[in-house]
Design a protein around this ligand. Sequence first.
Ligand code: NDP
Ligand code: MG
Ligand code: MG
Length: 330
Amino acid sequence: MVKMYYNEDADLKYLEGKKVAVIGYGSQGHAQAQNMREAGLDVIVGQRKGGASYEQAVADGFKPVSAAEAAKQADVIQVLLPDEVQKKVYYNDIEPNLEAGNALVFSHGFNIHFEQILPPTDVDVYMVAPKGPGHLVRRVYEDGSGVPCLIAIYQDATGDAKEKALAHAKGVGGTRAGVIETSFKEETETDLFGEQAVLCGGASELVRAGFETLVDAGYQPEIAYFECLHELKLIVDLMYEGGIATMRDSISDTAEYGDLIAGKQVINDKSREAMQKLLKDIQTGEFAKQWLLENQVGRPAYSKRKEIDANHQIEQVGEKLRSKMNWIEE
Ligand code: NDP
Ligand code: MG
Ligand code: MG
């Protein structure tokens, strides 16, 4: 069994007396900055002006400064900008303000692992990666609990990098739920694989394919929406609470028999081969190269595919149905 770290394994004293800069007040930034502040850490926000994130940081009681100013003032600099933006901001604003003994912190290993950012050798470089979306990192913390986190040490210049990473994870709320140590390589590769093959790519395509199959066969789109999208949450909630076995205990025997015989026909050797291909492209850096290139040319494929999917019938049907579901929170 892997070693898990909890509250009693982490000591905030490793970050006390230090200023922690959170650069980028987006999904992760707003959550981690507020959690750490409530944990008693001295947090400063580095956020460009002119957008909603800046206004949000002000509304949440921070006095945001530029990324360069935040990096200059802080001892611990956490980069919570979009991955494809980090390199530019790092070299323009952060690196010139790094001092020996500072810590550079990430919540995803992309730029370090794929060598987009090469930090100087005299700073600690570690990761605290919550395994959940930002709004949950905040909401769960406010409820007194936390989202599990991964930590990883890329560079230990001070000898305290791991203690700092654990303290940082405690500030974010991660040690309330459990923290696991990994490497930048493992976190980056498994995170990219998970979101591509299962959580985002796999799940959304599975939903759309099921929806299309029913609608093409003449069934009502609203029924197809409920069967293939809406109910997925209820099934996933059961898996989350007790694994696949608990989910199977809760569904009818008919559904369970269908599960047992049909699942392997949908996700078959061909799908597994596709997953292996995705993993290989991640491991070789091919995916990273493609994504960085896509950004350099203004994201043509990203924008086109996003537009096509946004106009899919399932979105229109869903919008109408959800407007009547008053139990769904904003
Ligand atoms: P978001 O896209 O939510 O936040 C982006 C922030 O960066 C905003 O404050 C935005 O400000 C600012 N920003 C965007 N573009 C620029 C730019 N060109 N120059 C300066 N600032 C800019 O990012 P996430 O929170 O999703 O991701 C942050 C990190 O956390 C990433 O490494 C990601 O992989 C990781 N992560 C994210 C998770 C998530 O739940 N989203 C989960 C786990 C890890 P503005 O409003 O002005 O554009
Ligand atoms: Mg990710
Ligand atoms: Mg049913």
